[in-house]
Write a protein that binds this ligand. Structure first.
Ligand code: NI
Length: 183
């Protein structure tokens, strides 16, 4: 089922998302909806707060980067109750966009490497390192669970330049190619 995507300005994107019960809940149907919603909107990642649920779940699929970045680590999967335990390496500048911020793309600087612990939708525990673009997509989605969006990481001047666009998104003036909701 394709879910409507909550856009910038919606308070759900600012909540600290809550941990979920991995053992006693079947997360497969929700994860399937998340993937369907993400693919429908041509996204490479989607976090639960973006579909109105402030819970610690996100999905990613880095496959679409392969054409422009042949060396990208292809990872498709769900991250449930993820915890980034370490970030290290060089500062890596990469252009980010977000399904909750239609038509905005800006360079963001983050560390190149991460270590993350998480569960998948089958309930299996993982403990892995990621780097490059795969790490970047995870860092972006993880921010959503912390109540942050990528424009929070821009300089005040860049944010000022985007102010009108951000206001337009928050007031529902920007139409995306997929179903959105705003508050
Ligand atoms: Ni996003």
């Amino acid at each position: 089922m394709i879910l409507p995507i909550h856009v910038y300005g919606d308070p759900v994107l600012r909540k600290l998302a809550e941990e979920v019960d991995v053992e006693n809940t079947d997360w497969k149907p929700f994860v399937a909806d998340m993937f369907e919603t993400m693919y429908h909107a041509n996204g490479v990642g989607l976090a639960a707060p973006q579909v109105g649920k402030a819970i610690r779940v996100f999905v990613i699929d880095t496959e679409p980067f392969k054409e422009s970045y042949p060396d990208v680590r292809i990872h498709k999967g769900a991250f449930i109750n993820p915890l980034i335990t370490k970030e290290w390496g060089d500062d890596f500048v990469f252009g980010e966009g977000c399904l909750s911020l239609p038509n905005i793309n800006e360079d963001v600087t983050r560390k190149s490497n991460i270590h993350i612990e998480y569960y998948d939708e089958e309930g299996n525990f993982h403990d892995e390192d990621f780097d490059g673009i795969a790490a970047r997509v995870i860092q972006h989605e993880y921010d959503h669970l912390e109540g942050h969006v990528f424009v929070d990481r821009l300089t005040p001047i860049k944010k000022m330049v985007l102010k009108r666009q951000l206001n337009d998104i928050a007031s529902g003036k920007i139409k995306a190619a997929y179903k959105t909701v705003h508050k």
